[in-house]
Ligand binder design. Structure first.
Ligand code: UDX
Ligand code: ADP
Length: 460
């Protein structure tokens, strides 16, 4: 059943969340015109590129969805005000990074882009507009948006909803097409029904949950905090396994078989990255402190502390195994994205680990199938020390003359490395450090490498 009221949607922010989410809405609701706007003209041009392999966000299946809807009822534009004026519903899907300066620096989210968006909506909207928070936001941000909208002049009216996005990068399209749940928070029944009717085009009604605004905002932070907590938990146990001869994959399988724990998100690795987990936990920590809940804040803060520790631990381990120094030694880095199947490097564990190794003077040969050299340069820009790095095109080049290969992103291609050929171009004695347990460690060992695997330790 089509919602009677919504004919035109505008989404402010054509990023990792706004782009794929709106593409799927447009694909599933052909009667609704969806316009995604952004101030970044280069990004909009890339979304409009005739060559669908050039979309600014790499997500498996996204090219197909965009290809079907673009030009029909999906549009990408820099005409922000115009699109807002034409819309019955405006999604705010802009970036909300951790503040780097001023009050709450290092923990609180910087809401300047959200505030700017709300002001633009207040000024450009026409008639009645439903404003939907899509970006992950601190609890009670909707109150800020409501207050700004309330200042709008000229007989306009607004309803504010919270509709947090739970998609994960790399699986954005399937996550959007078959979500575990859609969460809509708000206090205006008509607005909630209008948004629920949009999702109702393809999501079963029992998966569309409605709550009050604050529960919806907090549920997003809590979901990310719980997921990140599982990763820090298993990474802590991984270090313990390495010290004791247990194998973290066996432990994860054994505990994951308990239906109360479940098998997902128990993959030990180099620590979590991505734009959400660290930011959202720090935000939760900041808010807990704000409300005087010091013990709760300290509890969640530890999840981030352990994550950072895991990254430094892996860099230290590499240095230790290479006889205590990597100065002037070549190390092939396999993977730079924060996880497989994405070109996103935000908070990627590879950044901290590579910086540590550069500080120790290493020469890094970095390979990632989707991350550009330009992005790596931005991420490693301020690395200290006299190490250096280069972007390489294949595993052979990454291994060439190297004392070690360090696997940091679980790209499927890294499971199929021809180890005898790779070992032949490395300097002996050579190592494989597999921080994702992705490579065929047995084959690397058979080819003469020494092999360390996260949560398992050194292969005998
Ligand atoms: C996450 C949430 O999953 C998603 O619901 C939310 O909307 C945004 O944040 P995302 O950051 O895209 O999504 O990816 P996710 O798959 O959750 O992975 C985050 C990080 O955790 C990655 O660095 C990944 O490699 C790591 N991870 C994940 C592990 O180390 N082990 C695991 O078992 C799972
Ligand atoms: P996310 O992962 O949350 O989608 P991104 O950084 O990928 O975050 O995308 C957010 C987008 O929002 C960026 O492309 C940025 O240019 C855009 N943006 C930020 N503020 C505004 C604004 N006031 N008007 C339009 N677009 C904006």
């Amino acid at each position: 059943m089509e919602s009677p009221s919504i004919r035109s949607i505008c989404c402010i922010g054509a990023g990792y969340v706004g782009g794929p989410t709106m593409a799927v809405i447009a694909d599933r609701c052909p009667a609704i015109q969806v316009t995604v706007v952004d101030l970044n003209a280069e990004r909009i041009a890339a979304w409009n590129d005739a060559d669908l392999s050039q979309l600014p966000v790499y997500e498996p299946g996204l090219d197909g969805v965009v290809g079907r809807a673009r030009g029909r009822n999906l549009h990408f534009s820099t005409a922000v005000e115009e699109a807002i004026a034409a819309a019955d519903m405006v999604f705010i899907s802009v970036n909300t990074p951790t503040k780097t300066k001023g009050l709450g620096a290092g923990q609180a989210s910087d809401l300047k882009w959200v505030e700017a968006s709300a002001r633009t909506v207040a000024q450009a909207a026409q008639g009645h507009t439903i404003v939907v928070e899509k970006s992950t936001l601190p609890v009670r941000t909707a109150a800020v948006i409501q207050e700004i909208l309330a200042s709008a002049e000229g007989g306009k009216s607004f309803a504010v909803l919270s509709n947090p996005e739970f998609l994960a990068e790399g699986t954005a399209v399937p996550d959007l097409e078959a979500p575990d749940r859609v969460l809509i928070g708000g206090d205006d029944p008509g607005a909630i029904a209008a948004l629920a009717a949009i999702y109702g085009q393809w999501v079963p009604a029992e998966r569309i949950l409605t709550t009050n605004l604050w529960s919806s905002e907090l549920s997003k932070l809590t979901a990310n905090a719980f997921l990140a907590q599982r990763i820090s938990s298993i990474n802590g146990i991984a270090a313990f396994c390495e010290a004791t001869g247990a194998d973290v994959r066996e432990v994860a399988k054994a505990i994951g078989a308990d239906s109360r724990i479940g098998p997902k998100f128990l993959q030990a690795g180099p620590g979590f990255g991505g734009s959400c987990f660290q930011k959202d936990i720090l935000n939760l920590v900041y808010l807990c402190r704000h409300y005087g809940l010091e013990e709760v804040a300290a509890y969640w803060e530890q999840v981030v502390t352990l994550n950072t520790w895991q990254q430094h631990r892996i860099a230290r381990l590499v240095v230790n195994k290479l006889f205590g120094t990597v100065s002037g030694k070549r190390i092939g880095v396999l993977g730079f994205a924060f996880k497989a199947d994405t070109n996103d490097t935000r908070e990627s564990p590879a950044i901290r680990i590579c910086k540590d190794l550069l500080e120790e003077g290493a020469i890094l040969q970095i390979l990632d199938p989707k991350v550009s050299e330009r992005q790596i340069a931005l991420d490693l820009g301020q690395a200290a020390g006299d190490g250096s790095w280069q972007h390489v095109a294949d595993v052979h080049q990454a291994a060439s003359g190297a004392d070690a290969l360090l696997l940091l992103t679980e790209w499927q291609a890294f499971a199929q490395i021809d180890w005898p050929a790779v070992a032949a171009v490395m300097r002996q004695p050579a190592w494989l450090f597999d921080a994702r347990a992705k490579a065929d460690g047995g084959a690397a060992l058979a080819a003469g490498l020494q092999v360390w695997t996260v949560g398992e330790g050194i292969k005998p």
